[in-house]
Design a protein around this ligand. Structure first.
Ligand SMILES: *Cc1c(COP(=O)(O)O)cnc(C)c1O
Length: 407
């Protein structure tokens, strides 16, 4: 996805560093999912980018919320969503947050303790809470038998506890949730995972004895970061999903299939824009210093750090902090015909804010505008903006009508 170069140049006259999120890009991603998936409801994982303009745009398209906190639950409610449109799934929720969320969303219980806590809080309100169970399944994307995990309840434990849960008067289990991996580009692996999810759902429903109202398959659909990355084949994946829905129609009659996504909707619809503040030569190397890099958009600097520790072609990813080599595009907005090999850094009082070393770019001068791509998800939210008390970047949502929402 490209960015609106003239909007960037105009805004860059006013702001030294900023994120630009484009509504047109987000709508295009939503349309791609719609075109390829039938009979599936998508949930937006708000933690990827909770900018109010972004949230409003996505939710007004009929997408629900995958909330990782009470605050994210309330973002959904404040945008007019009903409690069945919001799924609150996070490990280690505190009592206050469970209590406040009880009548605002579907809470996904993440542990055996949490099921008991929800039961007791619901009892104190005299209500029956309709909840989901997050399962740590005995399968993975890679075809093995599961792993020790802080998320969810082990599949074996779930089947051991289910009778006890059924007897609890103030909870009603209406669905299950599994989220096993982010940023997968191989559609066949995701489809294989979906197939196992349908199988697990049937077994769970049978043990529960009542119909599942939803199965939340979690995320998985990745986006191409590096130039060599190939996008997920959504036509294939959507086709597999339709095939599975039809195959299981008799058994999962009234079950809503949910799929979560954060980065797919917003990751490529945002850029980070900053300026060259200074330029110098040291021991024969040319340094270009940008405003607010590690502190304003941490991921490129983190990538540089991870990659400085290893020669591996594919260092292990660690989502959402680190994805892989070449995950960000560096686009100086200059007309210069000349090129120059430079090391690009930030302006912090630490040497770790290196963005990229020894890269050949169009020749940059002080005041030039510098764009970093793939900045729509896990970008502003993951950056240590308080560091050194510098003025942080603003976040700008650009609507298709040309107006902006600035935070
Ligand atoms: C973070 C998260 C997601 C979003 O992952 P993306 O790779 O951004 O799509 C989905 N589900 C859960 C449970 C998450 O924690």
């Amino acid at each position: 996805m490209s960015f609106d170069r003239s909007a960037v140049m105009n805004l860059a006259e006013k702001y030294e560093s900023f994120y630009l999120y484009e509504e047109s890009g987000i709508l295009e991603s939503i349309e791609q999912l719609r075109r390829n998936f039938e009979g599936v409801r998508f949930l937006y994982s708000a933690k990827a980018n909770p900018h109010p303009g972004v949230i409003k745009c996505i939710l007004s398209e009929g997408i629900g919320v995958d909330a990782a906190s009470l605050r994210e639950v309330m973002m959904g409610r404040e945008n007019g969503l009903g409690k069945r449109d919001i799924y609150y799934s996070a490990p280690g929720k505190n009592l206050h947050d469970i209590d406040a969320a009880l009548e605002e969303c579907v809470i996904i219980a993440d542990s055996v303790n949490e099921v008991v806590r929800i039961q007791s809080l619901a009892a104190s309100h005299g209500i029956v809470a309709e909840i989901g169970i997050r399962i740590n399944p005995n399968f993975t994307f890679d075809g093995d038998v599961g792993f020790a995990n802080k998320f969810g309840i082990d599949e074996d434990t779930v089947f051991n506890c289910i009778d006890e849960w059924r007897s609890m008067k103030n909870i009603k289990i209406i669905g299950i949730h599994v989220h096993s991996r982010s940023q997968e580009l191989d559609g066949a692996l995701i489809a294989g995972y979906y197939a196992k999810m349908f199988e697990l759902s049937c077994r769970f429903q049978e043990a529960l004895g009542t119909e599942l109202e939803f199965v939340n398959m979690g995320s998985g659909i990745g986006i191409p970061y590096a130039e060599s990355d190939k996008p997920v084949d959504l036509a294939f994946l959507g086709g597999e999903m339709t095939r599975l829905i039809n195959l299981y129609r008799g058994r999962l009659n009234n079950t809503q299939i949910l799929v979560e996504t954060g980065r797919f909707l917003v990751g490529k619809a945002g850029v980070y824009v900053t300026h060259v503040l200074d330029k110098k030569v040291s021991h024969g190397k040319t340094f270009v210093l940008l405003s607010n890099t590690l502190n304003g958009f941490a991921r490129p600097s983190i990538a540089q750090m991870v990659e400085s520790y290893t020669d591996a072609e594919k260092p292990a990813n660690s989502e959402p902090m680190y994805t892989g080599r070449g995950a960000f595009g560096f686009v100086p907005l200059v007309d210069s015909e000349e090129t120059q090999t430079v090391t690009v850094t930030g302006n912090l009082c630490t040497g770790t804010d290196v963005i990229v070393k020894d890269i050949t770019l169009p020749e940059l001068d002080c005041g030039d505008v510098f764009v970093i791509t793939n900045a729509g998800s896990y970008a502003a939210v993951l950056s240590p903006m308080q560091f050194a008390s510098l003025t942080p970047p603003v976040q700008i949502f650009l609507k298709t009508d040309g107006s902006t929402v600035i935070r």
